[in-house]
Ligand binder design. Sequence first.
Ligand SMILES: [Zn+2]
Length: 218
Amino acid sequence: MMTSRMLEQTPGITRQQLQDITVTILSDGYLEGTFALLNGIETDHAEALLRANGVSPLPSMNINACVVETAGHTILIDSGTGTPDGASGELPAALAAAGIDPLSIDTILLTHGHRDHIGGLAGPLQTPLFSNVQRLLGNEKGSLLIWGDIVHFPPIQIARPEVSIAYDRDPALAAKTRSALLDRVATDDISVCGMHFNLPTTAKLSRSGKSYALHYAM
Ligand SMILES: [Zn+2]
């Protein structure tokens, strides 16, 4: 029998209430990477930035997904890799731990079509509706911006937005877009949820010149 859910935190799950919307952020696990994917930063500097932010200096990229529950809909945003390999593919287990029945999901939004965001849709939940960035509830207090691949290594690319990764098809444009979005998020004091944040949670940004710092909500 399923007990009623509470707004409590477990290591792989964060739940937040935004007015009448409940946002549950879940970890799908992580992808093994390499710092050779990054352009514009040396490995020792990358490791130092990760350590300075209290996260592992290994080149692994966390993968998150979100469930947004409104009065009328249960919306899944991104779906993890869909491949239980000991590192990722944990979204179904995280949904179960969060008390969310996958069959209650009536809408799926995808930040974009990379494997670590769409792989989990190889099943009965195929409802493709693509969008680059989903914003809930405008600029008002209690709003949340959910982004996909704006950063893959948050402590590195938020401190140094000019650092691009091999997945950025146009590195110069990606860096410009990243800087502009970080500027807007810091200026407007917007809460953000990132699919590659180190934790399945939200964060706010502070600015120092052309650099930014990430402050996780937990
Ligand atoms: Zn990604």
